[in-house]
Ligand binder design. Sequence first.
Ligand code: FAD
Length: 408
Amino acid sequence: MPNTLPVPHVAVVGAGLGGLAAAGVLLRAGATVDVYEQAPVLGEAGVGMHLGSNGSRLLFRWGLEEALRAVAVRPDALEVRAPDGRLLVRRPMGDTWEKEYGAPHLTVLRSDLHALLADRVPSGRIHLGARLKSVAEDGDGVRLRFADGRQTSADLVVGADGVHSVVRRAVAGEERPVFSGSSALRGVVPAADVPGLAPDTMYMWVGPEARLLVAPVDAGRRLTYVAVLPETGLVEESWSATGEAAALAAAFDGWHDDVSSMVRAAGTPGRWALYDREPLPYWGRGRTTLLGDAAHPMLPHHGQGAGQALEDAVALAHFVDGTPDGLRRYEEFRRPHTTRVQLGSRGGGARKARPAGDAPAGGAGGGLQQVVDDLSWVHHYDVEAALVESAAGAQRGRPARTSEAADV
Ligand code: FAD
């Protein structure tokens, strides 16, 4: 339960989805918070993302339901199709999903979600153009040094600085990124450019090698697409590389007309070589901890990176008490859960919906069912309920319940 110790001053490094979510809940838990962001302007790439029920229920509790529903889409169905357009399986979403999980699955532009989270943090507490160079314990606090020569200190530091985290390097040293063998090409197009698609439906076309996932965003005005393609060689790990329209066209050559329209509309996609990292055995040292992709960079196949960062934020605010012990309790609570999602993302998610050769509809449908089964425990998970249960377990002298022991 919330601490009764003096108000800690927390420095959050990174104003991405995770850092802003953390700042918002820490402020409401009574902490003093400053956020340091390397970018000169606050913002996010305008590509789309999936927000599972585990994430949307937290945003609703933060009072963002109306604003989120106004910009996001709650798809009515997911259709999985073969390259020739054959419907393999249709899963109702919408009300069915919301009733089953207690909160909706939403598709939303990252920039829209980012703006909602930024609104929860006073702009005077967000310091832009602040690229962290180093972090070091200094007496009772932590000293942060920035590339432009600025320095500051805080009681606690939260590294929410993404997959290339400087704070993670300070905690865990140099590591090797793990390449998945695939790249994602993605972007956003006007919905009117692909008129064959229903505006309230998510589509996944799956072939033996490539797959294409398309979902409505921006209150249905636009479509976000992600194509996952095999990569033959190692490619640079970057979130800002430019993909090739030709690669997209070649991968989906001869696929159904709707796919061809999508590819034509796509223009030049952004390209993400898909890397993750091995789960860390610890996330912090002393007064420093990690959150979001800095703590558990994961492949996007479960659509859960941001959702896990939101859950981290809630758990961090629950345990934070200005001491290193509070941070260790946060890490112990979160690590088993995020490790399971992180490792599950490697083999799971949409990859399992891939039809085996000329498998009949039942084959691919079985694959989709497995996708849903794989993920249902993630969408059901309510981090606040788990915190309450963990506190009750601790009072009874039992070890805290983690997702390792959760029903799946
Ligand atoms: P980031 O969003 O990376 O934010 C880190 C912030 O820290 C940035 O603003 C950065 O500028 C700043 N920063 C970095 N270094 C420094 C420094 N030295 N000093 C100061 N600031 C710094 N997730 C989902 O939930 N659903 C999806 O559908 C989904 N799809 C995805 C598809 C693809 C192809 C990819 C690659 C990822 C996808 N993800 C998805 C993952 C999701 O985008 C991330 O998990 C999420 O953005 C992590 O948020 P974060 O705040 O931890 O990190």
